[in-house]
Design a protein around this ligand. Structure first.
Ligand code: NAD
Length: 319
């Protein structure tokens, strides 16, 4: 068994690796070769959340679990609030093969899923990227989105405007003009990424023009919400995992209020394997409800393990 600490991940897994790994895992899910086990998520009190996302990918040869959560008291102790670790097992024997730091991997696999949706579902002529959210994940999202379309500029809104300059620095690094805007100006965007921990809708249907692609990435649990249910219902909805989308993803609200049904949500893997055409017209609004699945974590942790083995990195212990 190999222990691969967080500090090694940046040298082992690139955003391009994450994109390919996530693409392969969503395709394997659509072919029925990989599946996610039910998510366990528990409130530990005092704002602490803990949970497990796990699955089996027969095609990719991975079995494992990401254990992690949110510990709001950490910042005061000089530790980051989100903590996660991926454990991989041999699918034939059940023996542990790796324990891998999950922080950067989570950001890379989440940004990869969002970028994959933009790559496959956004209009080819998309030029304006809208960002709703400016926290830890937002910079990763912006970098990944910029790799799949030739954006001319970025417009951004965040409830806490003091966080926006940091995201502006990422845009500057990418050579993209950046402007902080009110939500009403999101109508200028061709692609909008939402990545907040909001408990109520920020982005309304009136803020979005026809033909936009939305990657809604922040809502991954009951009670979070980023967009108005009427906007979700107005869009053609794609997701990583339909069961999660309808219960813990952004679509929980539109489905819960009867504006749409889970049967109307398409796994993005269906688009990847050619079973669904994806976007059908330049006027259609497409919405990717990225809930985050265990198989994504296993896929990127598998890349880290393969690279660490090649380079003799990490610490090897008897299983
Ligand atoms: P963060 O704590 O660094 O940033 C939080 C963001 O949400 C900030 O932009 C903040 O201004 C905004 N926000 C907070 N309260 C708000 C409110 N009431 N209304 C509107 N905006 C509000 O968090 P992060 O690490 O950037 O993660 C953002 C979200 O993405 C979280 O909800 C996290 O759980 C989720 N997430 C999802 C996945 C996935 O796979 N889908 C993966 C990782 C993180």
């Amino acid at each position: 068994m190999r222990i691969i600490p967080e500090a090694l991940i940046a040298d082992l897994v690139s955003p391009e690796d994450a994109f390919s790994a996530v693409e392969a895992c969503f395709a394997a899910m659509a072919r029925g070769e990989a599946y996610n086990f039910p998510v366990v998520r528990e409130a530990l009190g005092e704002g602490r959340q803990y949970g497990f996302k796990s699955g089996l990918d027969r095609a990719g040869g991975s079995l494992g679990v990401k254990a992690g959560g949110y510990f709001p008291g950490n910042a005061a102790k000089g530790i980051i609030n989100h903590q996660s670790t991926v454990f991989l097992f041999d699918p034939e024997t059940g023996q542990p093969t790796a324990m891998v730091g999950g922080g950067l991997l989570t950001a890379l696999r989440t940004a990869a899923a969002s970028a994959l949706s933009i790559d496959r579902l956004a209009r080819k002529d998309a030029r304006v990227l809208g960002m709703v959210g400016a926290g830890h994940q937002a910079g990763f999202q912006l970098r990944a989105a910029a790799k799949v379309r030739r954006f001319d500029r970025v417009i951004a809104w965040n409830l806490h405007p003091e966080m926006l300059p940091k995201l502006g620095e990422v845009a500057a690094e990418l050579g993209l003009p950046f402007e902080a805007v009110p939500l009403e100006r999101m109508v200028e965007a061709d692609v909008i990424v939402t990545i907040t921990s909001s408990p109520a809708a920020s982005l309304m249907s009136a803020h979005v023009k026809d033909g936009t692609h939305l990657a809604c990435m922040g809502t991954d649990t009951v009670g979070k919400q980023e967009v108005e249910p009427a906007l979700t219902a107005r869009a053609t909805v794609f997701t990583d995992e339909v069961a999660q989308s309808a219960t813990i993803g952004e679509a929980q609200h539109a489905v819960g209020s009867g504006l749409m049904t889970a049967a109307e949500i398409t796994p993005i893997g269906e688009v990847l394997i050619g079973r669904h055409p994806g976007r059908r017209s330049d006027q259609e609004i497409t919405l990717f409800d990225g809930t985050g699945v265990g198989l994504q974590d296993l896929a990127v942790a598998g890349v880290a393990l393969a690279r660490a083995r090649e380079r003799g990195l990490g610490v090897v212990v008897e299983p």
